[in-house]
Write a protein that binds this ligand. Structure first.
Ligand code: AHR
Length: 654
């Protein structure tokens, strides 16, 4: 009877697939190479309001009145009272935060004040607590009190604090506000009653419920989405933001540490970069600075991977280069960063780290020199960085760039020169059409196994754009990336790190798409591309093993792509297998070189249409589903759904 059933099952497979099953040998006892713990990571850049207005949970925009137009984000509110607001400078001068505003109040029986609309509104959740704070003083003889209110989009009060009175000396005042309802586009209002003048600065509102409960910390839901990827590394702070449109606008890590209110903010380079997505209110307050990046990476068990400016601004913009004989301060920044991360608490920078609450070293192991720089100008500068870094910190692995493209003269030149030098990894970037990802699944098959390793540092399939922001993260883009990623995994001997880019985008404030994770003021959603990343990164394994069809890797013949790994820490086999065709595929895995439990599972990600996507209103439209599968001795038969990404998990027999 059992035999008859098996024959029928085999016949059904043939009928469904309309062809012989694809026979794949999985050779568990023939490991090809180790997989680095850093294999799948994340690329964080403050683009698309990823930091201010995103992961950094501050809800007030331009809290310190330091935007180029000091009242950006603020509006005056008259409630039967008069007044005016005048921006002014501290005296003696303060370099990090030079301005504050004076509010002149003549409110009679009413009130005069300011409202702040946050970053495209303020997200408020019912029954949650919000921590308000302000630095303030009043002038002699003033008789002023201030009330703090949170209003919904219709102007109704949904939270308020007890009125606050000030003294004539600068002080920080705190209040806690409980929200009575949920509102994605609330506003904050600070209203002054009485007569006189008040100086105010650092007007701040944070949810009390932040990631790890840190006051003034990160937005919990967004960080959780990232942490769920179990990233092997966190690359920060970019991206082009490292370079700046010109050198004054470059990212300088030393300006991003120490007390938050002394961090010198700058215009975000994405502010005016994209012609049809300009955001004049996009600045970098550095509330999320290098200390917080290191802490975030540590929280997630990921290696920090800072990328530093190499004395060049973006070559697509000003393209400024620092003369070679003036590069020392830039190189010193790199050396000091290593001391900040790893130095003893008696060193200058290590002491500062300790004073910020982290006496233990952050264990920095990698440092990137330059982002997407190209040509001789880059190599000349890279050489000087490499020399100094290797001399002082031979323990640190250097990551170099290879320019903005996946091939071409600049790319070839960079690889040619860098091979003569000593980076541990070369960063390659590819923002290409979906078809490119299919054609390039074998890209690394012939890279030198004993040479410099690859960091696939920024990639994403760029296809059709729809009107909804999230629409460019189509199923087609995710499917083709998954096919390509089997090639990255199969070539883990060469590819030691990979990260999709960019990571985050606000649906109302983005500049660049596609992006891995979208959010609004209250919600965060994973794109299909996110689920692909998660399927790979949470089934990373420790060693690559052969997955072969007729002795060859599965790189697209019959529209199937596959790779396999074993995990020696939890004794599992993981097979990633992607069917990019419109038909069901019947696959027989021949499980050689090991014995497995009788059942395992298959996690499948698929969609109805190639241009389907996940949105804030339909966040799980495309999300993985897991089912149990049975192993029959050394055979595992699986039907692959049309256009599907699959991860098979089989535990080894104990
Ligand atoms: O990921 C967005 C941008 O793409 C990065 O800032 C840059 O490195 C690349 O050109």
């Amino acid at each position: 009877m059992k035999k008859i059933l098996l024959i029928i099952a085999a016949a059904i497979q043939l009928t469904v697939a309309g062809q012989q099953p694809i026979e794949i040998s999985i050779l568990a006892n023939k490991p090809v190479c180790d997989i680095q713990p850093t294999m799948w990571g994340v690329f964080f850049e403050d683009i698309n309001f990823a930091a201010d207005g995103g992961i950094y949970a501050e809800l007030v925009k331009n809290r310190s009145f330091e935007f180029t137009l000091p009242l950006t984000g603020w509006e005056q509110v008259l409630q039967n009272g008069n007044g005016r607001v005048v921006p002014t400078f501290y005296s003696p001068a303060k370099s990090g935060n030079p301005h504050y505003v004076t509010v002149y109040v003549n409110a009679g029986n009413g009130a005069f004040g300011l409202s702040n609309q946050g970053f495209r509104g303020i997200g408020i959740k019912q029954d949650n607590l919000y921590n308000f704070s302000i630095n303030a003083r009043i002038s002699d003889g003033s008789d002023i009190k201030m009330k703090v209110e949170i209003l919904d989009s219709a102007g109704a009060l949904i939270g308020a604090a007890q009125p606050i009175g000030f003294t004539t000396a600068w002080r920080k005042y705190h209040a806690s506000i409980k929200a009575s309802s949920t509102e994605p586009k609330a506003m904050l209002r600070i209203m002054f009653m009485g007569k006189g003048s008040a100086d105010i600065d650092m007007v701040s509102l944070f949810p009390a419920d932040t990631w790890k409960g840190r006051p003034g910390g990160m937005r919990k839901d967004i960080v959780q989405m990232i942490a769920d990827l179990k990233p092997g590394f966190v690359r920060f702070p970019g991206g082009c933001i490292v370079e700046g449109r010109d050198l004054t606008n470059r990212y300088q890590w030393k300006n991003t540490i120490g007390p938050v209110e002394d961090r010198k903010m700058i215009i975000n380079r994405w502010n005016m970069e994209i012609r049809n997505r300009q955001a004049p209110d996009y600045f970098q307050t550095f509330g999320l600075g290098f200390f917080e990046y290191f802490q975030l990476a540590e929280d997630m068990g990921a290696e920090p991977l800072p990328i530093l400016n190499c004395g060049m601004s973006c070559q697509f913009n000003a393209g400024e280069v620092v003369p070679l004989n003036e590069l020392d301060p830039y190189i010193q920044d790199a050396l000091d960063l290593i001391e900040f991360a790893n130095g003893s608490t008696s060193s200058v920078w290590g002491k500062l780290r300790a004073s910020m609450g982290h006496p233990e070293p952050f264990n920095l192991k990698f440092i990137g020199v330059g982002n997407e720089q190209w040509d001789e100008q880059y190599i000349e500068r890279y050489k000087l960085f490499e020399k100094a870094l290797k001399e002082k910190h031979p323990e640190i692995k250097i990551v170099s760039g290879s320019g903005p493209s996946a091939s071409g003269a600049y790319f070839d030149y960079a690889w040619g020169e860098l091979k003569k030098l000593g980076p541990a990894l070369i960063d390659e970037h590819y923002y290409m059409p979906p078809e490119w990802f299919l054609k390039n699944a074998g890209r690394y098959d012939n890279y030198d196994r004993s040479g410099i390793k690859v960091f696939a540092g920024e990639y994403a399939a760029h296809g059709r754009e729809g009107s909804a922001p999230e629409s460019r993260n189509s199923w087609l883009s995710a499917l083709t990336e998954a096919a390509f990623m089997t090639g990255l995994e199969r070539n883990a001997a060469v590819v030691n790190m990979a990260s999709y880019a960019p990571l985050l985008a606000h649906v109302d404030a983005w500049q660049w798409r596609p992006d891995l994770i979208w959010f609004d003021n209250l919600q965060t959603i994973g794109t299909p591309n996110y689920y692909v990343q998660k399927m790979f990164s949470t089934h990373k394994g420790t060693q690559v093993i052969p997955a072969l069809r007729g002795g060859n890797p599965l790189e697209g013949a019959d529209s199937v792509y596959a790779s396999a790994v074993i995990d020696k820490t939890n004794f599992n086999l993981y097979i990633k297998i992607v069917n990019v065709s419109k038909s069901t595929k019947s696959v027989n895995f021949n499980l050689e070189g090991a014995s497995y439990a009788k059942s395992g599972e298959i996690e499948t990600l698929k969609a109805k249409g190639m241009y389907d996507y996940n949105s804030i209103s339909n966040p799980k439209n495309i999300s993985p589903v897991t089912r149990t599968i049975a192993v029959s001795g050394k055979k595992l038969a699986v039907m692959l759904d049309p256009s599907s990404v699959n991860v098979v998990t089989l535990p080894f027999k104990k």
